[in-house]
Design a protein around this ligand. Structure first.
Ligand code: SF4
Length: 389
């Protein structure tokens, strides 16, 4: 189902009730950097200079993400490995996502959860959540990422907050990956026990974004882009950034993601910053989208470039990737890996799944198997390293 361009709302205009960060120039700075990024003008000499520096800034990131850096991938990987060791030792953090609802009011044309797709919709009640959480906690995990589709009607802020309060009974670290909110709503979730907020911008190319997000609150590009800043204003300890690589030009989206994290780190030095590195995966009921190819080598280039640019930032490797690739990048650049993953609703506890999965996962290993793979690489699986006082 298409919505002709003339019938769509402006994706740059805030909807009623959306908080505007009038004093923030972060989005403008990102978009200015993007507008002048011509990666084909980067040369081997630029890459060499970037690799030889101890502290790297945006100019170095531009070089490391360019095609000119591809022949240097081995050296980038070695340097990234050294930086990861320096800042994270041999720790690799484990977590799992818990989808509590897959209702969605948005129309993202590349997503199986979008409001026009006929999938099985479901939402866990408190008893269902506890069943799921108890089953996950039994595996030894201490960190959970709570996700919903983006429906403020079917999973309002209080519903998410109650889920987080329940999660505090079972887990020491709670993250959310839910629809963007205002800072007072993030403050409420923080009071319910949430530590960090992940928001995927999908693509930072505003024109492309407009063609992919046809309806719903997600259509509003600047509101989504400023979500992490509102989360930090709401008191969250950490925020995570990602573009869905393959939706648009992945080099530009990776640059924008890096800049977004870098600018907020400078503005909020106390914030714990991390990256996710998802690539577009096939979805149910939609074979029309042809993702722009991002091969594993290029994904590795992005991950090592992020690491060299922001050596202290966390980095999560998605279950969208194959097990052997995930094992390869932990310790090298990634610091966090999900395990025992299901993206369906109600699929951990009694396994009577009620709702469809958002995307296919490529690594079906359980927690023990992932932990064993981490150990096999001489690394240490860590369930949690944060203590509440
Ligand atoms: S990507 Fe997120 S917001 Fe968009 S349709 Fe899917 S679940 Fe909804």
């Amino acid at each position: 189902m298409d919505i002709p361009k003339g019938k769509r709302t402006s994706h740059m205009e805030y909807m009623e009730g959306m908080e505007v960060l009038a004093d923030s120039h972060v989005m403008d700075e990102i978009l200015q950097t993007l507008a002048t990024y011509d990666y084909d003008s980067c040369t081997a000499a630029h890459v060499r200079r970037a690799l030889d520096k101890d502290n790297r800034g945006p100019e170095e990131l531009k070089a490391l993400l360019s095609p000119a850096a591809e022949p240097f991938l081995e050296e980038m990987a070695q340097k990234a490995h050294a930086e990861t060791r320096k800042h994270f030792g041999n720790s690799v953090y484990l977590f799992t996502p818990l989808y509590i609802s897959n209702y969605c009011e948005n129309y993202c044309i590349y997503c199986g959860f979008n409001r026009h797709n006929r999938i099985r919709r479901a939402k866990l009640d408190a008893a269902g959540m506890e069943r799921e959480m108890a089953a996950i906690a039994k595996t030894g995990l201490e960190e959970i990422l709570i996700l919903t589709g983006e429906s403020r009607k079917m999973s309002d802020v209080t519903y998410i907050g109650e889920a987080c309060k329940l999660a505090r009974k079972y887990f020491k670290m709670i993250g959310v990956e839910v629809y963007p909110m205002n800072s007072d709503e993030y403050a409420y979730l923080h009071s319910c026990g949430v530590d960090y907020v992940t928001v995927f911008q999908e693509t930072y190319n505003s024109d492309k974004y407009e063609t992919l997000h046809l309806a719903g609150r997600k259509r509003v590009f600047p509101y989504r882009l400023n979500a992490q800043e509102r989360a930090l204003k709401g008191g969250m300890r950490g925020v995570a950034f990602a573009a869905l690589l393959g939706l648009d030009d992945f080099r530009k989206d990776a640059l924008a993601t890096g800049m977004h994290a870098y600018l907020l780190q400078r503005k909020y030095p106390h914030a714990e910053i991390s990256f996710s590195c998802p690539r577009l995966r096939p979805i149910i009921n939609n074979d029309k989208i042809n993702p722009r190819d991002v091969h594993e080598r290029q994904l590795l280039q992005v991950m090592t470039a992020y690491r060299l640019f922001m050596p202290f930032a966390g980095m999560t490797i998605s279950t969208r990737e194959r097990a052997d690739f995930r094992d390869h990048v932990i310790g090298l650049a990634a610091t966090k890996i999900s395990a025992g993953v299901s993206t369906g609703i109600g699929s951990y506890g009694d396994k009577s799944e009620q709702g469809d999965d958002q995307f296919e996962i490529a690594d079906n290993r359980n927690v023990e198997e992932v932990a064993a793979a981490i150990r096999a690489r001489g690394l240490q699986p860590v369930m949690n390293d944060y203590v509440y006082v």
